[in-house]
Ligand binder design. Sequence first.
Ligand code: APR
Length: 320
Amino acid sequence: MARKKIALIGSGNIGGTLAHLAAQKELGDVVLFDIAEGVPQGKALDLSQCGPVQGFDSKITGTNDYADIAGADVIIVTAGVPRKPGMSRDDLLGINLKVMKQVGEGIKQNAPDAFVICITNPLDAMVWALREFSGLPHNKIVGMAGVLDSARFATFLAWEFETSVRDVNAFVLGGHGDTMVPVLSYSTVNGIPVGDLAKIKGVDQSRLDEIVDRTRKGGGEIVGLLGTGSAFYAPAASAISMAEAYLGDQKRVLPCAAHLSGEYGVDGLYVGVPAMIGAGGIESVVEIELSDEEKSNLQVSIDAVKELLEACKGIDSSLA
Ligand code: APR
C-alpha cells in the first residue's frame, strides 16, 4: 500500500509543528506548502534531519507550488495571519478570507479528494469560506477548535482538582471565540461529573465559573504572553488527533466545527459540535441534550458565527 500523504498549507508556527508531529507519528509523507519562498523548504530540510535522531523515515518536502499537494489524503490549513495582543480572532477576517480563497482554489484543482482540516481563524467563518471556495463535500472539510478548547478546559480542571489530565474529559460546544460554550454538565473526571467532584473537593461555583471564563479566553491569554504570534503546540496536536481519526477510521467522537444541516436547529453553518470522524470524514453529528441555559449560550455563539458569515459575504460577493 502506498504511503499516505499529508499536505500542510501554511508552514508557520503551527504548520512546522504539524509537520514534526505527523513525521514523528509516521502518519505518512509530509508536504509543507507556503507562499513565503524558502520557508517550507528550510523547515522541511531541518525536520528531515530529525529523522535519523528520532528514528522516523517520513519524507518531508517543502514547496511553493500547489501542484505538489496532488494526491494528498489529509490537508491541514493554517495559512493566514495569527492574532497580535489586543486583537480578537474576528479582527483577522478580512485578510484571512482572501487567503482562504487562494487555498480553496489550490485544493479544488489539486487535491479534491482530501480530508481537509482548517485551523485558520476566525475558525468557524474560515472553514465555511474554505468549503465554499473549494467546493468539497461538507463531510470532507472540518474546523479544528473543539479538541483544542476542550484540552484547555481539561487542563484547567485537572489543575484545579489536582488530578491527572488523563482522567479529565471536558466538553466545549459552539464557535471558537469568546462565546464558546464549555459544558460542565458533560465534563467528567473519570466518569464523575465535575459538579459532583467540585462538591466533594469544596470547589464553589464561582471558581468553576472562573475556569470556564479562562477556557473561553484561553487563546488570548497565550497571545498576550507570547507578544508575537499565537498558540501553536496544542493547536497542532489537536489537528493531528483529528487527522489520525480519519486515516485510521477510528470513529472517534471529537468536538469539531462541523457543517450542520438541521442539527441543533442550525442549517448551513459550521459550528462546534461533537462529531464522529472516520474514513468517511465527518460521518455523523451527535446531538446531545442541553439545559435551557446551555441552549441559550449556544445560541449566542451561533449568532456570533452568523454575523461573521455575513461579514464574509460583504467582503466577497461570490460568497453571497
Ligand atoms: N497561502 C499560503 N500560505 C500563506 C498565505 C497564503 N495566501 N498567507 C500567509 N501564509 C503563510 C505565512 O507565510 C505563514 O508562514 O501562513 C503561515 C502562518 O504562519 P504563522 O504566522 O506562524 O501563524 P500560525 O501561528 O501558524 O497560525 C496560523 O492558525 O490558529 C490560527 O489564528 C491563527 O489564523 C492563524 C493560523
